[in-house]
Design a protein around this ligand. Structure first.
Ligand code: FAD
Length: 317
């Protein structure tokens, strides 16, 4: 573990060193702020070999983007701790962050960029193919499986929307709608563009290694399929903030309860911001990079105001 002073008060601590946190840290580092990035090292897209839809980074492996980002942040003085944050307390003129080791670090501002975990339905053959032949986002992976036999595995009524989306990438789309099926008018709409609807529970995904050959259903049928799209349940990594009682709101996209933030990521508590998938699970890499940059600049702005406030009442600097 890196040798960092425990008594130092950082200008900012960023919890989570994925695309969002690194982008915020880059802005702060370039603004000559002392920044500590504490990261558990499991970015959400680590299951995929390459990223897509990220301008200037087509086909870049996710770990490579993070590594380059770390080097860029470090070049402006940012420091890193590979650790998991387990708690945050409000402190005089700042926050105190606790690690699972019991170590504590103080900062004037906190940026939470801890992302989410995708919880997949418990269907044999599904989880081990996540990010390889099982996907959630056609913008990230649709091009690579264009014109293939694509399955959409329903996990909520939003699956109808996902099936319509996926139809943009292939005219061979099957919606596995579950035993409840879909309403007749919805079925007609899907069938009008060639989408096949199967009203059966999916029992397994089968294939060789990470490739998919077929999806089996409760009636014993095996439907030939090359790749699957599905919507996992979102689990936000914000449990370590629970004692702060930050305001929350229901996601408009069915992603559950999320920490409420304003346009720059400010939470209901002064000195605490949140950005990236942890507050916007729908956002892809370029979106969270943009949001992170905005949050980093906003935090710097608040620190600047605080410094002038202190100085003008005869404080310091
Ligand atoms: C399979 C898959 C493929 C994808 N492919 C693409 C793609 O091709 N293009 C694209 O644009 N988007 C893609 N995405 C979306 C992309 O993963 C997210 O947009 C992006 O990772 C969000 O960045 P983030 O910084 O918010 O979170 P993350 O990248 O998940 O980073 C969060 C970081 O915080 C750390 N962390 C969590 N809790 C703690 C804690 N308590 N203490 C310390 N650290 C903590 C995590 O370990 C992690 O390193 C894909 C997603 C998946 C699931």
């Amino acid at each position: 573990m890196q040798n960092l002073s425990k008594s130092k008060q950082w200008d900012a601590i960023v919890v989570g060193g994925g695309a969002a946190g690194l982008s915020a840290a880059l802005m702060l580092g370039r603004a000559r702020r002392s920044v500590l990035i504490i990261d558990a090292g499991s970015p959400r897209n680590r299951f995929a070999a390459h990223m897509h839809g990220v301008l200037g980074h087509e086909n870049t492996p996710p770990r490579e983007l993070v590594q380059r980002g770390r080097e860029e942040v470090a070049s402006y003085g940012g420091q890193f701790l590979d650790a998991e944050v387990t708690g945050v307390d409000a402190a005089a003129h700042g926050v105190e962050v606790s690690l699972e080791s019991g170590e504590r670090h103080m900062a004037r501002a906190l940026i939470v960029a801890t992302g989410i975990t995708d919880r997949l339905p418990e269907i044999p053959g599904l989880a081990e193919r996540w990010g390889i032949s099982v996907f959630h986002c056609p913008y990230c992976h649709g091009w690579e499986v264009a014109d293939a036999r694509l399955g959409v595995l329903a996990t909520s009524p939003m699956a109808v929307h996902q099936a319509q989306m996926v139809r943009q990438w292939s005219d061979r789309v099957t919606l596995f709608a579950g035993a409840g099926g879909v309403d007749d008018d919805v079925r007609e709409r899907l069938v009008s563009r060639g989408v096949v609807v199967i009203d059966q529970e999916v029992t397994s995904v089968v294939g060789d290694g990470t490739a998919i050959n077929a999806v089996t259903t409760a009636d014993g049928a095996a439907t030939p399929i090359d790749a699957i799209f599905t919507a996992p349940t979102v689990q936000t990594h914000d449990g370590f903030l629970a004692t702060l009682n930050l305001e929350r709101e229901e996601s408009p996209f069915g992603a559950g309860s999320l920490i409420s933030v304003d346009q720059v990521g400010k939470t209901s508590l002064d000195r605490i911001w949140a950005v990236g998938n942890v507050v916007n699970p729908m956002a892809n890499v370029p979106m969270v990079i943009g949001a992170g940059a905005f949050t980093g600049a906003a935090v710097n702005g608040v620190l600047i105001e605080e410094e002038f406030n202190l100085a003008s009442v005869g404080g310091s600097e």
